[in-house]
Design a protein around this ligand. Sequence first.
Ligand SMILES: Cc1ncc(COP(=O)(O)O)c(C=O)c1O
Length: 301
Amino acid sequence: MANLCNLDGVIVPEAEARISVLDRGFLFGDSVYEVVRTAGDVPFAWPEHFARLRASAAALRFDLDLDDGPLARRIAATLTAAGHGDSYVRIVVTRGTGSAPNIDLACATGRPCWAILVRPLASISGKPTKLAVIDRLRNDRRALDPATKSGNYLNSVLGLAEARAAGATDCVMLNAQGFVTEASTANVFALVDGAWCTPPLHAGILAGVTRRLLIDFLRDSGDDVVERDLTVDDLRAADEIFLSSSLRDVAPVTHLDGRALHDGKSGPRSLQLLQRFVAHAAQLVTARYAPQWRTLLAAHS
Ligand SMILES: Cc1ncc(COP(=O)(O)O)c(C=O)c1O
């Protein structure tokens, strides 16, 4: 079945979707986005993703001209038209078409442009990962704050390329203080002295939806989980490491800088957590996210 794009409310095959060369997302990465996976026709953790989309836009000083209800309807219509079942949904909002190819916000005269891409979900849940600590630093919070999920991902693009060149499948980026931040499109957890440790938001990371759900889940399950600064030495000494993201859930790290961890296999604690978290996520869909989604759609039908 076709990959579809809902462009400003009109559903077209992805390959036929067109935006202007004066679109500021195209010209400057002047956009925000979210990636959500669905369980059937229900986007997982939609309220959290929409809240972050709104916060990202506010950080870039632009107003979203579509609220969560009307946006939910567009997403639902596109999911229905695509008919994929479990889907990958990418919502991109650019600041719109400008009056000139000029960075000045005075030239940002257009309305935001909304693109919703819907594809069948190619699951990478739990995918084993080879990690490399790279030279390239994560953006400084006072520059382009990593907490803002903007369309300007070149730092991550180049970070991932650096990791690939080193024979890894993802990177760990440090901040200017030398502390661990995150991977190219995922958060990092390490098992240190029996506690799952993950860098705090002030290290300069994206506040991952999965990261938050995992912290709450681990705490509620009685596991030790700590948000604290981590060094490369902490990672090297860790019993296990995993990455978290909406698409990966819990992705065990099998290698660090070319060194095999637990014989190059997924760590047992990470694997166990993956299974527990996937079951927990399915329960959340039934008990929380499906009812919320249906209520939101019904209120805007
Ligand atoms: C830089 C970065 N960190 C972390 C994540 C994980 O966030 P989430 O769990 O909300 O998918 C992403 C997701 O794309 C990301 O781009």
